[in-house]
Design a binder for this molecule. Structure first.
Ligand code: AVI
Length: 333
C-alpha cells in the first residue's frame, strides 16, 4: 500500500500559488515532516507550465487525448447530460481553463446550434487567459468570452450575484491532485457557490492497469522527471536554497488496487540542503523520498463516496472510446 502523506498547512486546494510567504511556510512544514512532502501546486512556475504543456502532448500521457476524444466525439451527449437548452441563457464557467483545447470543441457545437451563453474561463495565469481570448475571438467570434483571472472561489463568489443558471467545468482530472478529503471539501465549496439545478462537469482519470498509468508519469523522454525536479530548482531560485539537482531523481509509483499514482523525488545520496530564506537546513538520507504529487484515479464507487456529503448528485457518466477517462455530470440539489 502506498501511504499518502497529507501536507497539513498547504495554502489551499492545489491552486497555483505565487505568494512567497506561503511558499516559505509550505516548504518549511513539508520538509520538516516525516516523510517529507512538497505540495504539487509549486510545480507551476513559468518553466513548470511549459513542461506540463509538453507532458500533455506526450504519447504516454493519455489523459488529455482521452478527454479530448469525449469533447470531440460525444459533444451531443455532453450537451444533453448538462441539460442545456438552445433558447435559455446559461453561464459556462471553466476552472483552470488553460489553452481551452477541449472546451473549444464544446463551444463550437454550442455556437453552431445558436445556444445563448457566456463563457467564463477562470485561470491564475493572465497570460494564458489573454492567449485563450485572442484564439477564441478568432475562431469563434460569436462566442461571448469573459475571462476572469484569479482564485476560483473569489471569482465564483462574484459570479454568484448573477443568479443565472451555471455549468462549471473542472476538467483534466485536476481534482485527482487532491486527497479524497480535500476533493470532497472542494466540491462542497463549489456547491456553496451554486444554486439548485446548476451543474458540475467533473473530468477524471479512471482506475486502470499499471502498464498504462505508470508510463504516463514516467515518460521515456524524461519530461515528467524534469517537471518534478523543477520544483527543487524553484526552491533554489526563490528561497535561496542549494539543492544539487544531480543528487535527486524522479521516482513515481502506481498502486493499481487503490488507483493512486504518487510522484516522489528521491535523494541519491546522504546530503544536507540549506534553504536560506527559511534559515534552516534539511537532511536527506540516501534513498529517502519526498512526496510531491498525488494523482488519484477513480471509479463510480470512489466518486459517489467523494460527493456523499456534498450538495451534488451524480447524473451521467460519459467515457472516451477506450474507457480510460470519464466526464461525470453532477447536479446541485
Ligand atoms: C494536472 N494534473 C491533473 C496532472 C496529473 O496527471 O496529475 C499533473 C501531472 N503530473 C505529472 N504529470 C502530469
Amino acid at each position: 500500500m502506498i501511504e499518502i502523506v497529507k501536507n497539513k498547512e498547504v495554502a489551499q486546494e492545489n491552486v497555483i500559488c505565487d505568494d512567497l510567504e506561503q511558499f516559505k511556510t509550505d516548504i518549511e512544514n513539508g520538509l520538516q515532516e516525516n516523510p517529507k512532502t512538497i505540495p504539487s501546486m509549486y510545480f507551476y512556475d513559468k518553466k513548470g507550465d511549459a513542461l506540463f504543456q509538453e507532458i500533455m502532448n506526450l504519447p504516454e500521457y493519455y489523459l488529455t487525448r482521452s478527454e479530448l476524444d469525449i469533447f470531440k466525439n460525444k459533444t451531443d451527449q455532453l450537451i444533453k447530460a448538462m441539460d442545456l437548452q438552445a433558447d435559455s441563457y446559461f453561464e459556462l464557467i471553466e476552472l483552470g481553463a488553460g489553452d481551452g483545447l477541449k472546451t473549444k470543441e464544446l463551444l463550437k457545437s454550442l455556437d453552431t446550434n445558436n445556444f445563448k451563453f457566456d463563457y467564463f474561463p477562470i485561470d491564475i495565469s493572465s497570460n494564458a487567459l489573454d492567449l485563450l481570448e485572442k484564439d477564441l475571438n478568432e475562431v469563434l467570434p460569436n462566442v461571448s468570452v469573459k475571462t476572469k483571472q484569479g482564485d476560483y472561489f473569489k471569482v465564483l463568489d462574484a459570479l454568484k450575484m448573477s443568479k443565472k443558471p451555471k455549468i462549471i467545468l473542472f476538467l483534466g482530472s485536476n481534482i485527482g491532485n487532491m486527497t479524497d478529503d480535500l476533493a470532497s471539501a472542494f466540491i462542497s465549496k463549489l456547491g456553496a457557490n451554486l444554486a439548485p439545478g446548476d451543474k458540475l462537469l467533473l473530468g477524471v482519470d479512471l482506475i486502470k492497469s499499471k502498464d498504462i498509468v505508470l508510463p504516463a508519469y514516467d515518460d521515456s523522454k524524461g519530461v515528467t522527471a524534469a517537471f518534478n525536479i523543477n520544483v527543487l530548482e524553484r526552491i533554489n531560485t526563490q528561497l535561496d536554497a542549494n539543492f544539487d539537482l544531480s543528487q535527486f531523481k524522479h521516482s513515481p509509483e502506481y498502486n493499481e488496487k487503490e488507483g493512486i499514482a504518487i510522484s516522489f523525488i528521491e535523494s541519491k545520496s546522504d546530503q544536507t540542503v540549506a534553504v536560506k530564506a527559511i534559515g534552516k537546513s534539511f537532511h536527506f538520507e540516501k534513498g529517502e523520498k519526498i512526496q510531491t504529487e498525488v494523482s488519484r484515479k477513480y471509479n463510480d464507487v470512489l466518486i459517489s463516496k467523494i460527493i456523499l456529503n456534498t450538495d451534488f448528485k451524480l447524473d451521467t457518466k460519459i467515457m472516451d472510446n477506450k474507457a480510460y477517462f470519464a466526464d461525470y455530470i453532477l447536479t446541485r440539489y
